[in-house]
Design a protein around this ligand. Structure first.
Ligand SMILES: *[C@@H]1O[C@H](CO)[C@@H](O)[C@H](O)[C@H]1NC(C)=O
Ligand SMILES: *[C@@H]1O[C@H](CO)[C@@H](O)[C@H](O)[C@H]1NC(C)=O
Ligand SMILES: *[C@@H]1O[C@H](CO)[C@@H](O)[C@H](O)[C@H]1NC(C)=O
Ligand SMILES: *[C@@H]1O[C@H](CO)[C@@H](O)[C@H](O)[C@H]1NC(C)=O
Ligand SMILES: *[C@@H]1O[C@H](CO)[C@@H](O)[C@H](O)[C@H]1NC(C)=O
Ligand SMILES: *[C@@H]1O[C@H](CO)[C@@H](O)[C@H](O)[C@H]1NC(C)=O
Ligand SMILES: *[C@@H]1O[C@H](CO)[C@@H](O)[C@H](O)[C@H]1NC(C)=O
Ligand SMILES: *[C@@H]1O[C@H](CO)[C@@H](O)[C@H](O)[C@H]1NC(C)=O
Ligand SMILES: *[C@@H]1O[C@H](CO)[C@@H](O)[C@H](O)[C@H]1NC(C)=O
Ligand SMILES: *[C@@H]1O[C@H](CO)[C@@H](O)[C@H](O)[C@H]1NC(C)=O
Ligand SMILES: *[C@@H]1O[C@H](CO)[C@@H](O)[C@H](O)[C@H]1NC(C)=O
Ligand SMILES: CC(=O)N[C@H]1CO[C@H](CO)[C@@H](O)[C@@H]1O
Length: 771
């Protein structure tokens, strides 16, 4: 008995201590909450429940339970960080990224001796580097990027943060030099000090950190010579020292130094010497940026060996691109199928015609000046010639008419002048011709061009100085989808032949001197004329009336349609990854059996896209990607969702990745409007009768196009409200061609292509009867 009392008394302090410890973890959390001014997302943090069940809190399994993780990223929390967090002494991970915390990082965090990961990225912290955290001897990852922390980077970072493997100080206000002591961090593999105001030279000792894989010091004010010792960082995958004032040259045997490199960024510095041909041995290279330096010599013609290359920046490298040898590498790039971004400057050499192997000369959006050389007509294998948005001037050489394989010719946004050569009428394979916005192309439009029957996609000669009447050729432009002649001095009657353009979807003739009005070349609406009942007939009459009115309007409103969008652009995987915040759920727009759709805001561009990512685990969804690609490739109509591009790549986990990129539809799908989530319908979330009619007309338009005018015909197979998307102005677009069928018109019978399978497809309730 006495013994029992004794042992009870003995254990009393321990019990008291346990109670105190628990109280202090809970008190610390409540003190943290008290400093958050908008704590609505911390509503669950109240004493009615055990603090271990509070949102974002993870406790250990031992008794008494202690907080080991606090993950409150992306909660829109505003406030300062309470020093009481220093009392959570069992904390291993603190993640407060993507919030609005401001003020200094409290010194008391130095008491978190078990802390391994600290993520304070994307807040508004200010003050100095938290040197106190050096007591957190297990700290392995430290993320402070996108804050406003300033002052020098302390030498203690290298001397005392001995476990550090990952550190990001990107986009802060750090000043002063980079401390050489960092060389002591023998586990460091990720260092990002970019976008600060660091000065001085790069300490050569950093070359000894053998574990380094990611190294970025870009966008600072670093000067001096690039230390050759950095070539000792043999595990490097990303090496970014762009946008500084560094000099030096690229090592001749760089391929032996950085065997694993996939991003090499030396742009915007003062590098000299030649670009060694060994660079083409860096076969993992995805991004290579050498622009705005002072190199000499030529770009190695072997560059095309870099098959994985997606981004190549060579503008203003001071290279001698002024002769054929300087452009040889362009021929070799034909093999780089992933290349999406490619920038060069200079003039096109007069003897470019010697590069006869060239099939695509796509040098748009560059800084190329001078004239288009006559010898270009010798590139007899050329299929695509994209010269737009450069500073090319002078005449369009008639020899282009010799490029018999050419099917796309883009030369808009330039300073070209003189007449359009009639020889372009020889380009029998041409389906797209865009010479718009050169302002000074003059003379009449050669009738040979109007006769090109292969021209099916578009003809855009707008914003030039073309004059005279349009030739009225029978059957001309018969297969054309878009004809854009705005902003010239064309005169005379608008020829009847334009009425024969059955599939014309866009006709822009505004700002010319034409006589009379635009002829009514309306399509008759066969699909609607069969409905029997009086009521429906009435509806149809209303529909037809509105449709006619709208069509007339759309031809008269003469909107300038952005021609640049017709060229499928390349958007690399990592841009999608960043734009969707690594495909985070906050950007998820919808999920289906095929995969998921995300909203994507492209970095550095004010553009929102919708990305449909296919679930490739199952082969039928891989097929779905192919079917949709094939369908989208063939169809173009204002009432069908516009595809921007497709992306087929390997994701960051090495898995196959396939996605389609569409225009973003801010108003969601029709299903959401017909069956709103909220109980009380308001005028804001209800469609008016006029809107419903408009949407119905858009859908009918789209289906009519698919079933009657599209070549070959396409059957959607899954037309339902959730596949009808609504644009800004509430006009409808039909989307999701994942199970559509493409019908080949085969003289008498219609044959299904291999993309289709026999059997009923589509969603129950929406599948058309019969097959
Ligand atoms: C934190 O711990 C200290 C001492 O251990 C104590 O004085 C203080 O009240 C605690 N703060 C909170 C908010 O629990
Ligand atoms: C307290 O938290 C619980 C969940 O932990 C929640 O259901 C309850 O509504 C909260 N109470 C208050 C007053 O916020
Ligand atoms: C913190 O949360 C963000 C956003 O969810 C996440 O991306 C990041 O990896 C987390 N940080 C750590 C260290 O786990
Ligand atoms: C840099 O950080 C600030 C917050 O301090 C943020 O607003 C800004 O968007 C960041 N810039 C970039 C390019 O990430
Ligand atoms: C850290 O590195 C510096 C300079 O490289 C060196 O002088 C110093 O002795 C090292 N300190 C420790 C603790 O290793
Ligand atoms: C970089 O240095 C230049 C001149 O040395 C100075 O004009 C500029 O303001 C500095 N930039 C930054 C971001 O510190
Ligand atoms: C880098 O390697 C060279 C030999 O390739 C060696 O002489 C030099 O000391 C090394 N530098 C560092 C900083 O490790
Ligand atoms: C590329 O690597 C191969 C094999 O290592 C070598 O023989 C060749 O000389 C290298 N090419 C260049 C241009 O350095
Ligand atoms: C493109 O690749 C093929 C096959 O790998 C090769 O035969 C050809 O020489 C390459 N062309 C160029 C221009 O590098
Ligand atoms: C033309 O090219 C420049 C340089 O690449 C780019 O900044 C600009 O946006 C382009 N203009 C258009 C209209 O595409
Ligand atoms: C283009 O073909 C014409 C004959 O049609 C020929 O006279 C001319 O030399 C050719 N031009 C070039 C650049 O090949
Ligand atoms: C190493 C270091 O800077 N330690 C400081 C941590 O913060 C306390 C106050 O909270 C200081 O007293 C220490 O000097």
């Amino acid at each position: 008995m006495a013994m029992g009392v004794m042992s009870f008394l003995w254990s009393l302090p321990a019990v008291l201590m346990i109670v105190m410890v628990i109280a202090s973890d809970e008190a610390a959390l409540l003190a943290f909450k008290a400093q958050v001014s908008d704590g609505s997302s911390l509503a669950s943090w109240n004493s009615s429940a055990d603090f271990c069940s509070w949102e974002g809190v993870t406790c250990s399994h031992r008794r008494p339970a202690r907080v080991v993780e606090l993950s409150l990223d992306s909660r829109a929390l505003v406030g300062v960080l309470s020093p009481a967090l220093g009392n959570l002494t069992f904390l291993r991970m603190l993640n407060l990224s993507f919030n609005w915390f401001h003020g200094e990082i409290p010194a008391s965090l130095g008491r978190l001796r078990r802390l391994q990961r600290l993520d304070l990225n994307d807040n508004s912290f200010s003050g100095k580097f938290p040197v106190n955290l050096s007591s957190c001897i297990r700290l392995n990852k430290m993320g402070l990027h996108n804050n406003k922390i300033g002052g020098h980077i302390p030498a203690e970072l290298g001397e005392k943060f001995i476990s550090l493997a990952v550190i990001s100080l990107r986009n802060n206000s750090f000043t002063g030099p980079i401390p050489g002591s960092l060389a002591n961090l023998s586990y460091l593999r990720y260092l990002d000090f970019s976008a600060n105001q660091l000065v001085g030279s790069i300490p050569p000792v950093l070359g000894s950190i053998q574990t380094m894989r990611f190294f970025s010091l870009s966008q600072n004010n670093l000067s001096g010579m690039l230390p050759p010792s950095l070539y000792n960082l043999s595990s490097l995958e990303i090496f970014d020292i762009s946008h500084n004032m560094l000099y030096g040259s690229i090592l001749d045997d760089i391929d032996n130094k950085f065997p694993n490199i996939n991003g090499l960024y030396l742009g915007n510095n003062y590098f000299t010497g030649t670009i060694p041909s060994s660079i083409s041995n860096l076969t993992n290279l995805i991004q290579l940026s050498l622009g705005f330096n002072r190199f000499s010599g030529y770009v190695p013609p072997t560059l095309g060996k870099l098959q994985a290359l997606q981004h190549l920046h060579l503008s203003d490298t001071k290279l001698e691109a002024n002769d054929n040898k300087g452009w040889e590498f362009i021929t070799s790039l034909a093999n780089c199928s992933q290349l999406g971004f490619f920038r060069v400057s200079g003039v096109i050499p007069a003897d470019i015609g010697n590069l006869v192997g060239l099939t695509r000369l796509a040098i748009a959006n560059n800084y190329i000046s001078g004239v288009i050389p006559e010898s270009i007509g010798k590139l007899e294998n050329l299929v695509e010639l994209a010269l737009y948005n450069n500073s090319l001037s002078g005449l369009i050489p008639p020899s282009i008419g010799n490029l018999s394989q050419l099917n796309r010719l883009y030369a808009y946004y330039g300073n070209l002048e003189g007449p359009i050569p009639a020889s372009l009428g020889e380009l029998k394979n041409l389906f797209l011709l865009d010479l718009s916005t050169n302002y000074r192309l003059n003379g009449s439009i050669p009738r040979e061009i109007l006769k090109l029957s292969g021209l099916s996609w578009y003809l855009d000669l707008s914003y030039n100085s073309l004059s005279g009447p349009l030739a009225n050729e029978v059957g001309s432009l018969a297969n054309l989808n878009q004809l854009i002649l705005s902003g010239n001095q064309l005169s005379g009657k608008i020829p009847d032949s334009i009425q024969n353009c059955r599939v014309l979807d866009w006709l822009l003739l505004d700002n010319n001197l034409f006589e009379g009005s635009i002829p009514r070349s309306l399509t008759n609406i066969k699909g609607l004329a069969t409905v029997g009942t009086i009521l429906l007939s009435l509806l149809v009459i209303v529909l037809v009336w509105i449709l006619r009115r709208k069509l007339r309007q759309s031809k008269k409103t003469l909107v300038k349609y952005s021609v640049a969008e017709n060229h499928y652009e390349r958007i690399p995987y990592h841009a999608l990854l960043r734009g969707t915040n690594e495909f985070s759920d906050t950007n998820l727009l919808g999920r289906g059996s095929y995969g998921a759709v995300y909203k994507c805001v492209l970095e550095n561009e004010d553009r929102t896209l919708a990305i449909k990512v296919f679930n490739l685990g199952q082969s039928r969804y891989s097929k779905s990607f192919e079917v949709e690609c094939e369908a989208m490739r063939r169809i173009r109509h204002r009432c069908l969702i516009k595809i921007i591009t497709s992306c087929s790549s390997v994701d960051h986990q090495g898995e196959e990745f396939k996605a389609l990129v569409f225009e973003f539809m801010p108003n969601g799908n029709l299903d959401g409007w017909l069956h709103p989530k909220s109980q009380e319908p308001t005028t804001n979330d209800t469609l008016s009768l006029a809107q419903r009619l408009d949407i119905a007309i858009n859908i009918v338009d789209a289906v009519e196009y698919l079933h009657i005018y599209c070549q070959p015909l396409v059957i959607h197979c899954d037309l339902k409200p959730s596949n009808i998307l609504l644009a800004d102005d509430m006009s409808a677009r039909v989307g999701d061609f994942g199970i559509s069928r493409i019908l080949q018109e085969n003289t008498s019978e219609r044959v299904q292509t291999s993309y289709s399978t026999i059997g009923i497809k589509g969603s129950i309730g929406y599948v058309a009867p019969g097959n």
